[in-house]
Write a protein that binds this ligand. Sequence first.
Ligand SMILES: Cc1ncc(COP(=O)(O)O)c(C=O)c1O
Length: 354
Amino acid sequence: MRSSLPDFPWDALAPYGDKARAHPGGIIDLSAGTPVDPTPEFIQAALREASNSPSYPLTAGTPELRSAIITWAKSRIGATGDFDVLPVIGSKELVAWLPTILESKKILIPEIAYPTYHVGALIAEAESVPVEIDAKSWPSADLAWMNSPSNPTGRVHSVEEIKDCISWSRANNSVLISDECYFEFDHTAVSTSVMALTAGDNTNILAVHSLSKRSSMAGYRAAFMVGDSSLIAKIRELRKHAGMMVSLPVQKAMTVALKDDSHVAEQRGRYNTRRETLRPALEACGFRIEFSNAGLYIWCTRDEDAWISVDWLAQRGILATPGSFYGDKGKNHIRIALTATDAAIDQAVTRLKA
Ligand SMILES: Cc1ncc(COP(=O)(O)O)c(C=O)c1O
């Protein structure tokens, strides 16, 4: 099975990184969506204060963290009815291992998507089936992923589209997992959580959230799920055996991070300013921007092979990601991450104008 794992796609980008690095002004890396803005000081302080940590942490999370997640889920994403929560070691870990934990055999993934959905299916030796956003067209399966706002497109699902996903889950008695890790970064569209649309019946429904981007905590590895209590109980039980617990200092840092919205609003502002700074410069160079209404990325095309666009930008010292990393349908698009400093984004604009 593991021999069937794809080559790590980022290796193919390395030569373009070298080309961009050779630019006299150095590289402006807009490829990986890895946050660069500092983790807010109060979150760092909570981690430091919890550094004396001799005992094992709870897989289920401390009562304080559980309560912070529950309060956040009710107030921020509109969760209702009976639901449970579970901290995880970053959402990538969950995406990669959940199909194995749930013993899924057939998994639907968005046709343009974060590659780890497919990798998770491979690890579970399951079949993965790329599907359109419209769930009315979905075949039956054990599990389906949806992702809004999307990586890489920045597209936001409409309420109707999410309701159709829920209807698919109910009609097939299948698990629907909504990856909402960019939920906090609205711009020209407002995101709705799957948890707000279940009318309190959360059977087979999970939402996944992450503090990596929300609170610039990617290095901490901090995420959580919210949803169907019996499903989460099953997942928690297996994780207890498998040792997949979030470290206690990170749990403390998550707790304070979730109780504060102001740093998130600041970060949202930063990303949206960067998007608006880059947008006209890319358009002036012939790129057509599609979706990109929320989240962390600009998704654009010049109707040419993605690698030609990547190469053109690399000559200017700017590194972008080819859309082909996210599925065949992305082969003429590139993804530009807004995870660079304001100064780097301004510099990219200057280079594009030149
Ligand atoms: C759609 C999506 N889901 C999950 C993740 C994983 O994020 P993390 O493991 O940092 O929570 C990413 C990271 O880029 C992502 O783009």
